[in-house]
Design a protein around this ligand. Sequence first.
Ligand SMILES: *Cc1c(COP(=O)(O)O)cnc(C)c1O
Length: 456
Amino acid sequence: MDGLRALPSVDRLLSLPQAAGLIDRHGRRAATDAMRAALDDARAELRAAGGAAPDGAAIASRAAAALDAAAQSALRPVLNLTGTVLHTNLGRALLAEAAVEAAAAAMRAPAALEYDLASGRRGERDALVAPLICELTGAEAATVVNNNAAAVLLVLNTLAEGREAIVSRGELVEIGGAFRIPDVMRRAGVRLVEVGTTNRTHPRDYRDAITPDTGLLMKVHPSNYRIDGFTASVPAPAVAAMARDAGVAMLNDLGSGTLVDLTRWGLPAEPTVRQAVAEGADIVTFSGDKLLGGPQAGFIVGRADLIARINRNPLKRALRLDKVRLAAIEATLRLYRDPDRLAERLPTLRMLTRPRDDIAAQAQRLLAPVAAMLPDYRVQVVECSSQIGSGALPVEALPSAALAFSGDTGDAPELLAARLRALPLPVIGRISDGALLLDLRCLPDDGALLGALAAR
Ligand SMILES: *Cc1c(COP(=O)(O)O)cnc(C)c1O
C-alpha cells in the first residue's frame, strides 16, 4: 500500500498553485471539502485497484472539476433546436435587447414604481404600461398580472364569483402543464355551465343557458388544437351581443393573442387583441410571453368600469407584477409602435419569420464541420417543419431545415440526444422518424452550435 502513503495531505493540496484559483472562485471552505472528497476518491481507487498514487495536481484538478460543475446555475442556458419557437419548457419568448436592458436597469436602481413624480404622492404601478396597452389594442383600460392563467382567474373571480359562467364545450381546453379552464373556473368560485357539443355550438345554446344566475359569457381561444369537419361555433360578436342583452359581461380569453397582424410577415392569421376588443368583448385576456414576445405576464384589457373592479379585487395584489417585469413589458410594447422594424428587434418574430432558405443555407454551412465533430453518426440536411409553440397556431407549420443524425443502432438518435443534452451548453433537438433533428430556426449563429459541440 505504498500508493496510499504517497497521497498528499489536504493541507498540501491547498497549498498548490491550482488551489488559489479554486479558493478564489468558491471560498476556502468549499475548496477544502472538494479537495478532501477528491482525496477520498483517490484513496478508494488505490485500495480497490492498487498502482501508483495520483500526484497532487491531478487530485486538485479533479476537485476543481467537481466544484465548478456543482457551481453551475440550476437554470441552465440551452440551445433550443427543437423547432418549437415558443417552447414552454425552455422558457417561451426570448426578450428583446431593449427589454433586457430595461429590466436590468430596474433591478439595479430605485425606480418610480408607484410614485407620482409630479405630485410626490403615491402612484399606480399599472399606469406605467396601461396607456401603451390601450394605444396598441384600442381598449378603454388595461391591467397586468403574473400570467394569463392569473388573468383568467382574476377576471372570473371578480365578475362572476358565486354565479355561472357559460362556455362552449368545444372551448373547454387544457393548455398543458394541467392548466384546464374548468378547474380555473371552479377555483375562481364560478359555476361552469357547458353548452353545445364538442364540435358544434349554436347561439340558441347560449341563450337557453342564460338565467338570473348567469354572471358571464366566456369565449376561449382553442389554442392548442383544432376541430375540423362538421363544426359550428358562435363568433365572438354574437356572444358579446347575447351577453349585452343579458346584462352580463363577455370575456374572451385569447390565450396567445397578438398585437399585430401576423399575415403581414407571411405567417398564418391569428386574432389580434384589437380585433377581439372591436368585436365587442367586455374583457380580453392574453399572455405576455407567447406571440407578444415579452416576459411572462397576463394582460387584461377592456371596459374601464370592469378593469376598475378587477383592480379592487384583493387577489390582484397577490397576482401583481414586480418592477422588473413591468420594465421589460413597457420596453417590449414600445417596439410595437414601429411595426416596420419589429421583426428585426423582437426575437420571437425574428425567429418565426426566418426564411426557410436562410435556415437551409445555414444547415449546408454547418454540415461538414458538424459531421467532423460527430464522426459516429451519419448527418444530412433535411427539410422539416418548425412550430410556433405555446398553443399558438397549433397546426400551422413553418418550413424549416435541420441537421438530421442517424446511426447504426436503433437507439443511436436517443443516445446522441442524451450526449448533446449533457454538453456544458446543452443542445436540445427532437427525435423524428428514427433520426435526431436539430432544427436550426432558433440558432442565433453558426458559432453557437460549433462552440457548444466543441466544448466536450
Ligand atoms: C396559454 C393559455 C393560457 C395560459 O396562459 P399563461 O400565460 O401560460 O398562464 C390560458 N388560456 C389560453 C387559451 C391559453 O392559450
